[in-house]
Design a protein around this ligand. Sequence first.
Ligand code: ADP
Ligand code: MG
Length: 376
Amino acid sequence: MDRSNRSKSQKALNECVKVIVRCRPISKKEKACDGASQVVSTYPRRGVVEIQNPNEANKENRKTFTYDAVYDHSSTQKNIYDEIVRPLVTSVLEGFNCCVFAYGQTGTGKTHTMEGIRGDEEQKGIIPRTFEQIWSHISRAQNLNTFLVSVSYLEIYMEELRDLLQPNCKTLELREREKMGVYVPNLHSVTCKSVEDMITVMNQGNKNRTVGFTNMNEHSSRSHAIFMIKIEMCETDSNTVKVGKLNLIDLAGSERQSKTGATAERLKEASKINLALSSLGNVISALAENSPHIPYRDSKLTRLLQDSLGGNSKTTMIANIGPSSINYNETLTTLRYASRAKAIQNKPIKNDDPQDAKLKQYQEEIARLKQLIADR
Ligand code: ADP
Ligand code: MG
């Protein structure tokens, strides 16, 4: 995005996608499950996760994976936010594009991590904590800067883009322009003036996600939700405008969709859901192998994430897993997928003085009106 606006003095340094693993506590259901055991061991201080095949008695055969950070059952929402996301939001406020996405099987805590539990101060997730950091920064900097904060919220379901802030609109399209990168024309964007405004918009979008779907849990585990925040900042002294963008993504469940007993509609749905996540896997592999062709165009999700993967964004992947032997195969798949993503290199660049900034247009309009009044 805004590729043309990279300031010439900026030297882009390669920065790898940060990959962290969060293992949720064992659930009551898993505890009660006959013959099930805990197969995941976490070593947060070393950033290591070990997994034991429950069908192999030989404990020497554990598989070991290392990540940028590992969080176990005792980690709190605050830990994750302060250590992983807070520095990213600071970068957004400096004019970078950043992205956080939660990947993992259904039931491993993606929504818990991204949104948390509504109305529970301690259990609130990354998205509401981000709102607080943004407005705390703005309230401290108010005299020096002008800010314009806007949000959009969309969902990808069966390869269609739905605007969650305008649910009655027809499905959205993706476009690409040389100067802007990939963007979504007509995507509704709401200007927010406080944490509360942002919470209201998020809740409204979440409510709209359920419209037309009888089983909300099933729907949300099959669709990708993308919450976008754009912050325009103008330094009063220099009159320069910076834009920071943040994508917060709760991906569809990564589990293999079962084909047994599925209806034709369900099979179509399953293949499209797999398409987005398998394309994401292919993009990750191609980037990790430095392949000359990166298949971004294979799905809407990968096109939309183009800048976050191998582009100009600072990106963090949170791989959510559970500890039980019941999910051994899916957990191992997630750990491998996450491991590949570590090799992706981005070149984060500040969006200095971008031409599409609304704030700049507003300022020019104010200057024009002031001039008109003065001329009368
Ligand atoms: P997903 O979005 O990946 O399908 P959820 O976020 O809905 O999974 O989590 C499934 C269940 O596990 C929920 O009841 C949630 O409250 C619980 N849970 C997930 N992660 C944690 C955690 N770190 N600590 C406590 N409970 C968790
Ligand atoms: Mg969920």
